[in-house]
Structures are given as C-alpha cells and as structure tokens.
Design a protein around this ligand. Structure first.
Ligand code: ADE
Length: 229
C-alpha cells in the first residue's frame, strides 16, 4: 500500500492535518516528530521541517528513506509575486527554483549549479489531481513557478527581481529543497501554497495575521487530494 508524506515547514501548516488523522502514532527521529496515521484509509506520515532549505531537505529525506513514503505532498503558505495572487489564494508549483543560489561569478545563470537545473518540475499526475479537487470545490487554482530561498522576503525590489529572473509567481523557503530531494530519489511530489502576504514592506505583519488561516486553506485542500490519490 502506498504511503503518502505530508510535509509543512511550521506547526501551523500541519496542525489542521494531524488533528484529522486516525490511528495516530508519533515517532521521534532526527530531532523531529513524525506523525504516522491514516486518512480515509490511506497511510500517511506528517511532519513539519522547521523553516528553510536545510531543515526541509532533512525532513523530506527522512520521510522517504526512514519512513518509506512513496509520494510527497507539501502544504504551506507563500508570499505572492504575481499580482493575480491575493491573501488566501492557492498556487501549485509546476516547477521550483532556488532564488538565492548564486555562482554567476563563474558565468552560470542565477539558480544553477553544474549537474543541477534552474527549475525542477513537479509531478504532472499530482497536479492533475489538484486540478480535479479544485474543480470539485469550485476553487481557483493558479499554477506557476515558485521560487525558494533562505530569506523572508519583505522588499519590493527583491521580490520584483525574483519574479523577473525566475518567472516566478510566488516565493517561500522550502519548496526547491523538497524538489531536489524528491527528484533525486525519484519520488513524485507536489507543492501547494496559500498566500499569506505579498513579500513587500507589509509582509511580516500580513504573515503574522494570515499564517494560520492561509495554512488551513492549504491543509484542507491537501487532505481532499489524499482522498483522490
Ligand atoms: N513564506 C510566506 N511568505 C514569505 C515571504 N514573504 N518570504 C519568504 N517566505 C515566505
């Protein structure tokens, strides 16, 4: 039977999920807690990584290598770059890039290191499941590039630069790390984010105000997807 990993970065991003699980069992591993359980008869393992690419890499790898998950769904919040995206709106990544990865001094493009790729695509079948769920719920769902970096972006110029350089519609701090892990280990993965702020001068206030509500919008959507996988 398939085992689905559901990952967030912060407690608020997984809380609405773990409260809905049956047969809950908590396992401590690598200085973190992993919540094993089931949802509508599907086996799941849920964890939040803590913020940033390094912790996200550790958690995604653990979910796959230690807990045996064969599909990974990420749920959380993001800052909007696209003007089409407003607080609470959902975006799925068709690809992820690292906006803070820079060896341009050696003539490479931003976000690129040798033997890597600037933009890592997500699993098409999981995106199709998401579109089906969105249609059934009557929810608009944007699809686009999500840019990841170890920075909370609260600056108009930086946000515009990321948008222009990577053609990105939203930004956050974990997705591309999950993409590197899952594509390297050949595990289908999916990144969903609900907008919490616009990565501008008001971003930290908006983030504090809307983290919980936007995280719940994303988590509810992910649970609906689990039923369809
Ligand atoms: N996640 C949500 N909002 C963000 C922002 N403004 N910068 C980085 N990550 C985020």
């Amino acid at each position: 039977m398939s085992k689905i990993a559901i990952m967030g970065a912060m407690p608020e991003e997984i809380e609405p999920i773990i409260t809905k699980l049956d047969d809950l069992n908590v396992v401590e591993y690598a200085a973190n807690k992993y919540y094993e359980g089931s949802y509508h008869g599907k086996k799941v393992v849920v964890a939040y990584s803590k913020i940033g690419k390094v912790f996200a890499t550790l958690t995604a790898t653990s979910l796959i290598e230690k807990f045996g998950c064969d599909t990974l769904l990420f749920s959380g919040v993001a800052g909007a770059i696209s003007e089409d995206l407003h607080i609470g709106d959902l975006i799925i990544a068709d690809g992820l890039c690292q906006h803070d990865l820079d060896i341009t001094a050696f003539g490479h493009p931003y976000g690129y290191v040798p033997e890597g790729e600037v933009c890592i695509p997500t699993d098409e079948k999981l995106r199709e499941v998401a579109k089906k769920v969105a249609k059934a719920k009557g929810l608009p769902l944007k699809e686009g590039i999500i840019a990841t970096g170890d920075q909370f972006v609260a600056d108009h110029e930086r946000k515009e630069w990321i948008g222009k350089t990577f053609h990105a519609d939203a930004l956050e701090m974990e997705g591309a790390a999950v993409a590197v892990v899952c594509s390297s280990l050949d595990v289908p993965y999916f990144i969903l984010r609900a907008i919490s702020d616009s990565a501008d001068m008001d971003a930290s206030f908006n983030f504090d105000e809307f983290l919980e509500s936007s995280a719940k919008i994303s988590a509810d959507f992910i649970l609906a997807m689990v039923e369809e996988i």
